[in-house]
Design a protein around this ligand. Structure first.
Ligand code: GLN
Length: 287
C-alpha cells in the first residue's frame, strides 16, 4: 500500500512521538519533506500525492535513524543558521540558534561597506564566519580548525554560498602560526562543556556530535585560558572580539579576558536570557 503525503506525515508523527522525542511534529514534517522531495506547501496543498516506493523506503530509513536519536541535521545533511543554509556532517558541530547572538552583535557593530578582516577560531561548518561574510560584502575572513574533515565541510559551504573568494581556511591549533595584530575582529565558538557534563547531555549531542567541538576540559574553561591572551595578540589595536560561552561561564571568561588586557568587556544574552557571548576590544594605540 502506498502512503500519501498526509498519511506519511501522520504516521511519522505517531512513530516519533512513541519514541519519546521532544519535537515529533516538526521532525516528522522535515523528514517527510526530505524523503518525498516535497515542500511544506505540498503537504498542505497536495496532501493526497502518493509517495513512490523509493520515497517510502527513504522515509523508513530516516525515521529509524531519528528513533535512534540521530540529529535531524545529520539525517538531512544540512541546517539553517542565521540567513544561510549549511551542509552539516558528523565532523562538525551542528549550528545552533544560540550562536546567532554572536552574529547579531557583529553585524550591529561592524560597518556594512568597510573592508575589515575577521578570524574565526574553530570555524567548524563555517556558520559564524559565512553568516558574517554573506552580509558584509567588503569583509574578508580566515577560518582555522584543527580538523581536516571539518575544513572540508567549511570549504564546501563557502563554495555553495559563493563566498570562497573572500574566505581562507587554515588547519591549525588555534592561533599557532598566525602573526601578531592582523585582524579587526576575532570570533570563536570554542568547545566549552566540562568533561563530566557530557554524559548528561541529550543523546543527539552526546552520541552524534564531535567531542572535540564540545569538551572544554575538567571545568569547560580550558580553551578560553589559551584563547584570551592569543585573541588579544592577533587583534589589531582597537580591534574587537566575541566568543560564545556556556550559560554559567560569564564571570570566569570575563576575568580571563580582563587579565589578558582586554577593554570594553561585556556579556550578551541569547534569546532565552542566558549569558551566551563575551565581547570586548583590544585597546587602541595611544596617540
Ligand atoms: N552549546 C553547545 C551545547 O550545549 C555547546 C557548544 C560548544 O561547546 N561550543 O551543546
Amino acid at each position: 500500500m502506498s502512503l500519501n503525503l498526509l498519511q506519511a506525515w501522520q504516521a511519522a508523527k505517531a512513530r516519533l512521538e512513541a519514541a519519546g522525542l521532544a519535537g515529533p511534529v516538526i521532525d516528522a514534517r522535515l523528514l517527510v519533506e526530505a524523503a518525498a522531495e516535497a515542500t511544506r506547501a505540498d503537504i498542505v496543498g497536495d496532501p493526497y500525492r502518493a509517495l513512490t516506493p523509493e520515497q517510502e523506503a527513504t522515509l523508513e530509513d530516516y525515521l529509524t535513524r531519528r528513533e535512534h536519536r540521530e540529529p535531524i541535521s545529520h539525517i538531512l545533511g544540512r541546517k539553517g543558521f542565521w540567513k544561510i543554509m549549511l551542509n552539516v556532517t558528523p565532523d562538525v558541530l551542528t549550528p545552533r540558534p544560540d550562536t546567532e547572538t554572536l552574529v547579531e552583535w557583529v553585524l550591529r557593530d561592524f560597518p556594512e561597506r568597510a573592508a575589515w578582516s575577521v578570524l574565526d577560531l574553530g570555524v567548524g561548518s563555517g556558520a559564524i564566519l559565512l553568516s558574517i561574510l554573506a552580509e558584509r560584502p567588503a569583509a574578508r575572513g580566515l577560518g582555522v580548525d584543527v580538523s581536516e574533515e571539518t575544513l572540508a565541510v567549511a570549504r564546501d559551504n563557502a563554495a555553495s554560498l559563493g563566498l570562497a573568494g573572500r574566505m581562507a581556511l587554515l588547519r591549525g591549533d588555534w592561533t599557532a602560526g598566525l602573526e601578531d595584530a592582523a585582524f579587526d575582529l576575532v570570533v570563536s565558538n570554542p568547545p566549552y562543556i566540562a568533561s563530566h557534563v557530557i554524559e548528561t547531555l541529550e543523546p543527539e549531542v552526546r552520541d552524534h556530535e564531535p567531542r572535540v567541538a564540545l569538551v572544554g576540559g575538567d571545568d569547560g574553561l580550558m580553551h578560553y585560558r589559551v584563547l584570551a591572551p592569543e585573541i588579544l595578540r592577533v587583534l589589531k589595536p582597537g580591534g574587537r572580539f566575541a566568543v560564545e560561552i556556556g550559560y554559567d561561564q560569564k564571570t570566569a571568561v570575563e576575568a580571563l579576558f580582563r587579565e589578558a588586557g582586554a577593554a570594553d568587556i561585556q556579556t550578551l544574552q541569547d534569546l532565552g536570557q542566558r549569558d551566551r557571548v563575551v565581547a570586548g576590544a583590544k585597546k587602541p594605540l595611544e596617540t
